[in-house]
Design a protein around this ligand. Sequence first.
Ligand SMILES: NC(=O)c1ccc[n+]([C@@H]2O[C@H](COP(=O)([O-])OP(=O)(O)OC[C@H]3O[C@@H](n4cnc5c(N)ncnc54)[C@H](OP(=O)(O)O)[C@@H]3O)[C@@H](O)[C@H]2O)c1
Length: 428
Amino acid sequence: MTKPLRIALAGLGTVGAGVIRLLDTNGALIARRAGRPIEIVAVSARDRSKDRGVDIGRFAWVDDTTALAHADVDVVVELVGGSDGPALTLARATLGAGKSFVTANKAMLAHHGLELARAAEAANVALKFEAAVAGGVPVIKGLREGAAANEIERVYGILNGTCNFILSKMEAEGRDFADVLAEAQALGFAESDPSFDIDGVDAAHKVSLLASLAFGTQPAFADVAASGIRDVLAADIAEAASLGYRVRLIGLAESGPNGLFQRVHPHLVPVSHPLAHVTGATNAVVAEGNFVGRLLFQGAGAGDGPTASAVVADLIDIARGEFGPAFAMPADALLAQGPADAGDRLGRAYVRFTVADRVGVLAEIAAAMRDAGVSIESLMQRGVHADGSVLVAIVTHEGPERSVAQALERLRGSQSLVGQPLWMHILA
Ligand SMILES: NC(=O)c1ccc[n+]([C@@H]2O[C@H](COP(=O)([O-])OP(=O)(O)OC[C@H]3O[C@@H](n4cnc5c(N)ncnc54)[C@H](OP(=O)(O)O)[C@@H]3O)[C@@H](O)[C@H]2O)c1
């Protein structure tokens, strides 16, 4: 048979062990599909003696993970994680040594993707990262290849399974965020330090990669405005439901004449939209192309099996000799598009205030909205809480986001408000 594709595997955690299991289970089929076997020859992690549920005794063990770049292999697979540190050292050294590099590391690519893409091109080797966005869902391939003939105006979706799991559970059981987060941690759906997930940073990494692939722009993670789901109350979810919406953490990117627009925020999604029906840890991405129309990619965004499936798909492409530039066009062709001003964007909004239960509060909010030019479609006031506070939620007509920001600025410091208002965009 043809020469195998020789692999070094850095990181033997959830995904690394999953890759070993997948190649053990489907190796013969993959060899037929790829035209040659894919063989792991060397591995590295921190602790050699750890039981990983797979036999690693058959592979060469390398203590210094970054030294895998110089192993006698064709491809290094990085499944360590972290935007810098050993993952980045290994990426630079591998590409510098003229070997292909496969990773699931969205944090590293969001920060250093352009540099690494240039290094891969200079060495004429592959840099592939299907598993970095939406886990097992082939959205990178979908954008790079399937939708490559289209101008894409907008790409958006549910990019963080932990947040979607928490929001779905809050919705189904009427429970508040902190309570559900604790359960998600106990079940292993959320990290012990969950901030990257629940504050929107992980989704922001993925948005920056999707935007680059969709629009042919340089990854611009620093320009992604991000907030997470910490401030969403069970009451917001109930209010949204009564209005015909579900709350989802949406990562969104748009390219237009005024620049590149990238954001991750909780949104109200109409129940008629497919993303409203994505529940649990599932991920889903929508891309809108000018010839193909709306594409929906959906599936498991994390977990050993789905993520390993995406990693090995990249390896099969490399084994076949099928790979192009990392971001779907040569790095020098990627445009450096500046950020668009969110204030100019038109949209509808849901704004929830927690207010003191006293006369004149509604009039104060309504006046701030009127003075900033925000037109109110509906206003709801619900129940008095034990501490005497009341929830007031408004839905606006379509208008510039700048006006809502100005109204909230006018209300800043008001004695009537208890805590910060929550502003959620309504997905159109
Ligand atoms: N888990 C998922 O579902 C998922 C989905 C999509 C993408 N990803 C990405 O895939 C990558 C790996 O994730 P994971 O969930 O598999 O992580 P993980 O379970 O925490 O495994 C990380 C592995 O890296 C090793 N490692 C950590 N620090 C190291 C260091 N300084 N030097 C050498 N090795 C080190 C660990 O070694 P020890 O085992 O010896 O401690 C472990 O084997 C990350 O970039 C993540 O964002 C994960």
